[in-house]
Every structure is written in structure tokens, then in C-alpha cells.
Design a protein around this ligand. Sequence first.
Ligand code: GLC
Length: 753
Amino acid sequence: MPFLMSATFTPNPASQALYQDQNADTEDRVEDLLDRMTIYEKIGQMTQLNITMINPTDDQADVELNEESARELIHQHHIGSFLNGEAVPPSQWFEFMDGLTRLASEESRLGIPIIYGIDHIHGASYLAESTIFPQKINLAATFNTEHSFNTGWVTAYESADLGHHWNFAPVVDLGVNPLWARFWETYGEDPHLGSRMGEAYVVGYQGNEEIAPFKVAATAKHFLAYSDPHSGWDRTPVQIGSQALHEFHLPPFQGVINAGVKSVMLNSGEINGVPVHASPEIVTGLLREQMGFNGVVITDWDDIGKLVDFHRVAENYKEATYLAVNAGIDVNMTPLSLEFNEAMLELYEEGRISEERIDESVRRILTLKFDLGLFENPYPRNDRLDRIGTEENRLKALKAAEESIILLKNEESVLPLTEPQNILVFGPSAESKRNLSGGWTLAWQGGEEERFPDEVHTIHSALKNHYSDTDIEVIHEIPVDGEESEQQAFFSRLERADMLIYAAGEKPYTEFVGNIVDLTLPSDQLDEIRFISKSSTPATLVMVAGRPRLVTDVIQNVDAFLFAGLPGFEGAEAIANIISGETNPSGKLPFSYPQHTGHFVNYNHKPSDVYFFDTDEANHIAQGAENTSLFQFGEGLSYTTFEYSDLELSSDRLTESETITATVTLKNIGDIAGKESVLWFLTNKVGRYTRPVKELKHFEKVELEPGETATLSFQIDPHKSLAYPDSNGEPILDPGEFNLQVESLDIDFRLVD
Ligand code: GLC
């Protein structure tokens, strides 16, 4: 009989052990419980197994408990954690978690509760009827941390009751390589932006108090530099110097650690020849000792196994286990066998892994379970399931989507499109729901179209819903190679339209499934865009994709260009609201949009990155080489115009113990209200290490009515804004000239000894 209220589980006081006393100190409870555990029970707590080990089939879409296998794994092997599943109705998750919980909390010897891991990365992605937010690349494009906070908060609000207490989010890897299949899971290429957005997510998710009595754990992943593979392919080698690692890839992880993230998942790949899962220097030395992380470290999927057959740094699973535990992992996402448990027992019996080392990890795991209140509140509850998918939550996702879409071109203000009679829609994303949400939506690689809720719009249906009096039609067949008569008939239809909208893009993917060899938008789409834009009717290109597919060859052919990214379930409505002008776009690029297939640089590149020997240019850095991007980091248009003026400093010099304040005036000189993200960049003109040509150091978003003015400020603290790490992570401050930029204004100042 499912519980209608939270079944707070209080053992019989007479037989109560210290660890069962919720009023005792967590430390004391952990030590008391550790003392009672066998070594095999301890090893079980370090093990996470996939749902396919406890469901009737080997399909992780089956969220149904195979009690027999679950009972054996929990009672005989003392497994402490399971993961995964797919989007099934709340009641089904409730039944599954209720049964699993009973086996652990009531029927096992010590009643240690299960902790369930799941990838609810942009809303409760694996829960039907839930609110699905834009993916993180879109959240970053809002330059408004409120939307990352809301994503975390709503995710907890809609999934904590169902026993989903360990969420494998946020990704705080840097989106520095646009080829990478998980680019869209990042907050873009800038460390400061990634830090602020990641912190907001963790605070929103872990700090949600409406889910009481439950608490939840976020996971910063994938530690670290996973996102900068040399080849651009997922999980392939990363070569990066220690100074760059500290300066660019480490800050977002430090940010979420400072924000209290409770767990960290490791990078499956190798850095400079050493797999992260086998690196005591990275896992213990850097993450724990230098960065101060004392929570739970979990491997990624089968990454001990990968040390054998992928990285080949271990002869067999047992040796790989030794390497990973010696590196400092706590939980092994095994996840499809008991190899780890067997290997650990052997290594323990051989004296190669001590009980003391095992206790280190189990202590952290039990502390997490006590901190989340899982001993007192292990059971799911189904008396508040009306929280899932509320209109209030949906509107938060819609607002995030609207602010995440970036208007990059708008010739002669063809947008917003007011009172059109006839719109023609083309392209692979015109009638797709799944393309708008990307991977990790309903299922790992994105659910099939038919699994998406009826109320989720496609771009076509959203336009029809918005422009109710307009004739809006999708044309699937574009006669690029058709007979002349066919082409003439086609163009005559186009001439009668007021706007042609080509919804380009990608089908969902994640991880290695999304590996590509060319960032260029597929040629069939480019051909179609080129073809339809021969018409005199204005054409708008909408890019629905997880990464900036190249459109250099056609950008001149279209009148407007919207990078929509992966805006989630409310994405189509957001796109329609922007096209119609109901929403004034305010998104800005959180990455550099490449122009060429063979060369791109991030906005915060080094001066020598764009050394281009051009005999026509005296300084050999050809004009325009600086802008090897098609569109720049921070670029994004509005339907109104913002004027920046009066950039001033409280002083033009400071010592390292002083701060100065910069102010700038922003005015909406257009005739409609708009939101503007004000981005503050700094340049260190001469550094001991080569310095980025500019670095984002502060951002703030404001909404201004027509004619309204605001003064914004940024306090420059040398230790926060001017210092950078050496190869050991020690801060460096270079006395000398600095330059502050806001939009097209800039001002110099000096750091003096
Ligand atoms: C995957 C991903 C990781 C995810 C985990 C569990 O391999 O790399 O991001 O959290 O497995 O699904």
C-alpha cells in the first residue's frame, strides 16, 4: 500500500543504535555505523549499479522493480546506490522507489538507505509530465543567473518527492570546443560565466526548502577539462598545460564547491597522458587538497573498466580498481556487474587496499546520506505530485527560453514580423519537438517524437498558435534540383509569402553518439537555405542545435538569423514570441560562433592565437584575423537600441590592497522596452604569463523602458579581478596597465606596487 504521507522511519527506540538517533551528531552516527559494518557492507556502499540490474529487462526505460534481483543485490551485496531510468509517470517512479527503499531501509541488516542517482539535467528530464527548461548553453545565453537558479529549484521541486536525491548536474565543463558533442551541456566558453551559472544552479537545487523533509545533492561534472579534447570527439585525449588548466577549467568547479555542491563526477578522459580516474594528483591532490572538496567523488559510467579496455593503463579490472581507489574515488558507477565488489574484497584481503582507505570513502557516503536525511525520510511520497509540471514552473521555463534565444542578424528590421498574411516554414526543425530539447530528454539520446507531451509545441504549431489569422504552412519538398517548371511554381508560392522561416539544426544526441568531423551545417540544409533565399521574400534562419553549426556560406543570403540552441519544451513558443515581437530578444552568445571549419578561437584567446602572416599587413596580424569568429562572444541584438556612455573610474590607479569602482550609463534610446546584459571585460596589457586579449569579469542584466537610463557599476578588486594562477594555482598579480571595456567603451587604469 503506497504511503500517502512521508513515512518517516523511526526504528524501535528500545533497540535504537546511536546511528539511528536523528538527534545525535552526524559524525558520531557515521562512526557508530562504520563500527557495525562488515568490510563487504562497506564495499557495497561504494557501489552504484544501473537500473537494468534491478528491473525485469535490460532496458533502462523499464522503471519497474524486479524485487528478487534487488533483494539479492541489497541484502547479499549491500549495494548502496542505483541510477538511471527514463521518463515514466510519477506514480510509476513512486512505486519503484517505494519498493526499492523498503528492501534497504526496512529489510536489510543495518537499514542503510539507498541513494538514487539520475540525470535530471534541464528539469526532471527522466520524469514524465515534468517541466523541461532550456539546456545549459541556452541558460548561459541569458546572462541571467536567475534562470539557472530556477532550473535547479524546479528540478528539485518536481523530483525530490520521488526519491531522486542525487542529481548528476550541473555540468561545469567549459564549452571551448564547438565540435564537442556535449558543448550544449556547458554554460559556454567563459570561466566566470560558467562559475556564476553553476553556483546559481547548485544553490537553487540543493537549497530548495519546499521539498522538506527531503534534501538533494547536486553533482559538479565532469572534473575536469573533459570538454577540450584535442580531436573534438567525446572522451578523447586532452593536452593542456597546468597553468591553463588552473586558469580556465578549474574556476567553475571551485565556484560550485564554494557554493556547497555535495558531489563531483570525474572526467572519463585522460589529461596529458593520465586518465583522471587513475590520477591521485587530480582527484586527491587538486580536487580535495588544493580546492577543498570534501564531498563524495563518483566515477563516470564504467570508468574503472575503461582504465583496462579504453585507456589501457591496467591489465585487468582488479588492477584498475586499485588505481581508481588509490586515486581517490568514493563511489564506482560500475554499473552493470559486481566486478568492483569482488575486486575490492580481493584487494582488501591481499592488504593492498586498507580498511582505513575504505572507511575514508564510506564515511563520506554515509555523511551524505545522513546530511540528506535519508535515514529518517527514506521513502518517496505521492501526496504532492501536483507540483509536477505546474503552470508556474512552465512559465519559468518559458521566460528562460525567451531570454536564451539570440538574434544575430536582422537586416532592415525584417523582425519582428507584424501582421503577416502568409508564412512558409521549412527545415528539419520546423515540426520537431525533440530537436528543441536535445539529449537527456525523456531518454539518454532524447526520446522519440511520439513520446513528447501533446502540449509541447513545434516551431510550426507555435507560429500557428501565435498568428491565428495568418496562413502558415510547412513545405517539406524544396525542388533544389527540380525541373524548371517545378521551381517556378515553387518560387511563385514563395513570392506570395510575407516571411520564409528555415528551421535548421540537429537531431538530439549526447556523448560520443554526437561526434562529428565537420561543424558545417549539413549541405542539404545549406542548399535548401540558398535555394529559398533566391526569392525576394525575406528569409529568417533559425538554428536549433546544440552547437554553432557553420552558416558562413549562407548568412549573407538570409535577412535574419536566430540562434535558438536547445530551448526546451517551451522553446517553440519562445521562438514564436520573439519572431512576432511579443518578446524582445535579449540573448547574447556565451561562445564564439566559428566562421571557418579549420580554424576557430575563443574570445579570450591569447594575442598570438591570431598571428596571421599577411604580406599586406605591416604587423602581420591581418585586420579581421582578430575576428576569426562569424559572431563574437557576447553578441546579440535587441529590437530596441541601448546606448552606453560615461564609462568612468573612481581612480585610474590602485594598489593590490585597494579597489576602484567603474560606472557606466546605459540608456534605452529605442521605442520599446528591452533587457540588456551589460558585460564588463578586462585586459591585462603585459603579463608574466601570456594574457587573454580580454576576459569577462562581471555581468549584470537590466530591463529598461524606452528613454529610461540606468547607471551600472563594477568594483575592481585586484585579487578577484586582476589576479590569475600560475601553473601551481598560486595567484599572480602583475603591476602595470589594464584596460576595462564595456560594449564599445574602454578606459585604462594602472595597478601600482
Ligand atoms: C554518462 C555521462 C554522465 C552521466 C552518467 C550517468 O556516461 O558521461 O554525464 O551523468 O553517464 O548517466
